[in-house]
Design a protein around this ligand. Structure first.
Ligand code: PGA
Length: 256
């Protein structure tokens, strides 16, 4: 089943707006819950409120990050055990955390293992920087990331594992990747995943595209043969935009 995930990042800035946005998304997402999986990732303080809005709808809730230990003296961190039961999904390794907070592949691998051990689904983000893209080294960079980030995973994790290919130069820039580049990189990711956890298990791992996805360009990504959905940032903050992304995705996969 395709996955359309809304990464709200550090938005909206108050609970009322967060609940309104969740209700707006839900109004359309609920009608498609049997054919596409929709997940909303609000900031931590809004998780409980948004979970009440989504309750019983089939629309999933996720966190934008988690720590790799379950409890203890880790000021400011939130453990997967704390969000287990509230969330079905968690994002790990988002490029904004890698760039602004120095998150490394080793940390991403530890977070992934911890989240999976708490029965959470993991959306692991990988993608090259603009410099890599310009230098033609995207393939090497993405291969190394996928290998390092999956270091603690096994075939048993495949059904709860999603890899989002998000070229960093396409995130929040309005410069979405050429679908051909997205396709080739997603194909490469699937090959590397197969090397890591076996070909059969790799087929169960869903691969998303992310980076300046909006209602106008979403079709060209979800139509790609290896694409299992999209991870959406800024366009998920506008209920109508995101509703449209859900509808287009449902239509494309309905014809597969
Ligand atoms: P964007 O963000 O859609 O605003 O480019 C995507 C993401 O960071 O997941």
């Amino acid at each position: 089943m395709p996955l359309v995930a809304a990464n709200w990042k550090m938005n909206p800035t108050n609970l009322d707006d967060a609940l309104d946005l969740a209700r707006g998304i839900l109004s359309v997402a609920r009608g498609h819950a049997s054919s596409i999986e929709v997940a909303i990732m609000p900031p931590f303080p809004w998780l409980v409120g948004v979970s009440e809005v989504l309750d019983g709808s089939g629309v999933k809730l996720g966190a934008q990050d988690c720590f790799w230990e379950m409890k203890g003296a880790y000021t400011g961190e939130v453990s997967p055990a704390m969000i287990q039961g509230l969330c079905q999904w968690v994002i790990v390794g988002h490029s904004e955390r890698r760039v602004y907070l120095g998150e490394t592949d080793e940390m991403v691998a530890k977070k992934t293992a911890a989240a999976l051990s708490c029965e959470l689904g993991v959306i692991m983000c990988v993608g090259e920087l603009a410099d890599h893209y310009d230098a033609g080294t995207s393939d090497q960079v993405v291969t190394a990331q996928v290998k390092a980030d999956l270091a603690n995973c096994s075939a048993d994790d495949s059904a709860r594992l999603v890899i989002a290919y998000e070229p960093v130069w396409a995130i929040g820039t309005g410069k979405s990747a050429d679908p051909e580049h997205a396709y080739k990189t997603m194909r490469l990711i699937r090959k590397v995943v197969a090397e890591m956890i076996g070909a059969g298990a790799a087929r169960k791992v869903r691969i998303l595209y992310g980076g300046s996805v909006n209602s106008k360009n979403v079709q060209q990504y979800v139509e790609l043969p290896l694409c299992d959905g999209v991870l959406v940032g800024s366009a998920s903050l506008d209920a109508e935009e995101f509703q449209h992304i859900i509808k287009v995705t449902a239509e494309v996969y309905g014809h597969r």
